[in-house]
Design a protein around this ligand. Structure first.
Ligand code: HEM
Length: 396
């Protein structure tokens, strides 16, 4: 017997992997009668849910994943093709490969500054000194908002991604609504200014982006900007934090391997995304259908457990092992799949790869701090599992 409360608490666990395995093996397509929710755990099923927008819609009245969503025209995620294609195309104009190439030196400079601050010390906090400040500084700078405001932006973005606690649902909803208002009020004059004087940044790109004669108005630019700030922050913080956790706990020794051959860094990034990004994505069944050996009804919800799919033995040999050399690790679903595939994936990968390569060049070795207890450092998040602080020994 599984109830939704149990599912939720599993999702919030630091290591739900044994439960994922049990579900893949015993109940790979599990219907939660109480909530009217299907749960799929196998790679092929999760991928189908993400790809097949005709059967599994992202236009939903409720969401089981408590991250901010809204129904306004500019929210790229809560729509289906063909409407989605247009919203996404406008946004994608700010995320071209050429832009990404141009951003590289800016990301490198931010990483250098953060790592220079760590110099001369024996212990550093990977989360507080690198994993949190890097993504927020990068996205604030790329968007073109003043970097002096970054702790305010991080503060807002953390509230927007707070999970909804059952007993405090309304309080949290109210805090989120207020935060959204404050954030819009802050960004609106910045956008108006950029419309008059475009600069070399994402907000200016969004203002100028045109598709079939349509452009975004100021409000839409503001909402898209907030969407990017939110989407790019906590997720990338988790990737960076989990990267160090994996190097120290999942495969000690891999750090020295990277020191000897830094070209392995991107392989490590992919394996961390596969191995330690236990997240879930939900959709709404758009029409009655017989699928995965079951009958799904229009209006029911489906949760694709991508963290479980990423350890499916049919796709990844010895899936429970952390192995940066396994071919095909990049097939993981941590960035989703299909029409909603993460727009920021190249940026997140770039940040992680630059940060780790620079770190490995500067520090000869890393080690766990004595007495470190992971359970005392877990973050309370709706997005996935990670740490709120991670003290690590470093050697020059
Ligand atoms: C969508 C994960 C970083 C912007 C998604 C989705 C996932 C995801 C799973 C698909 C959601 C769905 O199917 O409904 C991640 C992870 C990241 C990351 C694991 C870091 C490790 C970023 C960054 C940005 C970004 C840095 C931008 C600055 C977006 C946007 C979408 C999206 C705009 C919506 C795309 C659409 O609906 O068409 N992300 N993301 N993400 N992500 Fe990311």
């Amino acid at each position: 017997q599984h109830e939704i409360s149990k599912l939720r608490s599993r999702q919030a666990q630091w290591e739900p992997f044994a439960w994922y395995k049990e579900m893949r093996e015993n109940s790979p397509v599990y219907y939660d009668t109480e909530q009217g929710v299907w749960n799929v755990f196998l790679y092929e099923h999760a991928k189908r849910v993400l790809f097949d927008h005709q059967l599994f819609s992202n236009k939903k009245e409720r969401s089981l994943i408590p991250v901010p969503r809204n129904d306004n025209r500019s929210n790229v995620n809560s729509s289906d093709p063909p409407e989605h294609r247009k919203r996404r195309a406008l946004l994608a104009k700010a995320f071209t490969p050429r832009n990404l190439k141009e951003w590289e030196p800016r990301i490198q400079a931010i990483v250098d500054e953060l790592l220079t601050d760590m110099e001369g010390r024996e212990t550093v906090d990977i989360v507080k000194e690198l994993a949190i400040p890097l993504p927020v500084t990068v996205i604030a700078e790329l968007l073109g908002v003043p970097s002096k405001d970054r702790s305010q932006i991080k503060f807002w973005s953390d509230i927007l991604f707070l999970p909804y606690a059952k007993d405090a649902y309304h309080d949290i909803a109210e805090r989120k609504a207020q935060t959204m208002e404050d954030f819009c009020e802050y960004l609106y004059p910045i956008v108006q200014e950029k419309r008059k004087h475009p600069a070399d940044d994402i907000l200016s790109d969004l203002i100028q982006a045109e598709l079939e004669g349509e452009r975004l108005n100021d409000k839409e630019v503001v909402l898209n900007g907030i969407g990017l700030l939110g989407a790019g922050n906590e997720t990338t913080t988790m990737l960076l934090s989990n990267m160090f956790y994996s190097m120290l706990v999942d495969q000690p020794g891999v750090y020295r391997e990277l020191r000897a051959d830094m070209s392995l860094v991107p392989q490590l990034t992919e394996e961390v995304l596969r191995y330690r990004f236990p997240a879930a994505i939900d959709r709404k069944v758009a029409q009655d259908t017989d699928i995965f050996g079951h009958t799904m009804k229009k209006g029911q919800m489906v949760v694709a457990w991508i963290g479980a799919a990423n350890r499916d033995e049919s796709q990844f040999h010895d899936a429970e092992e952390f192995d940066i050399h396994r071919p095909g690790n990049h097939k993981h679903l941590a960035f989703g799949a299909g029409p909603h595939f993460c727009l920021g994936a190249p940026l997140a990968r770039k940040e992680a790869n630059i940060a780790l390569t620079t770190f490995v060049k500067r520090f000869a070795d890393i080690g766990l701090v004595e007495g470190f207890e992971v359970t005392e450092h877990l973050v309370d998040s709706a997005v996935g599992q990670s740490l709120k602080s991670f003290p690590v020994r470093v050697e020059r």
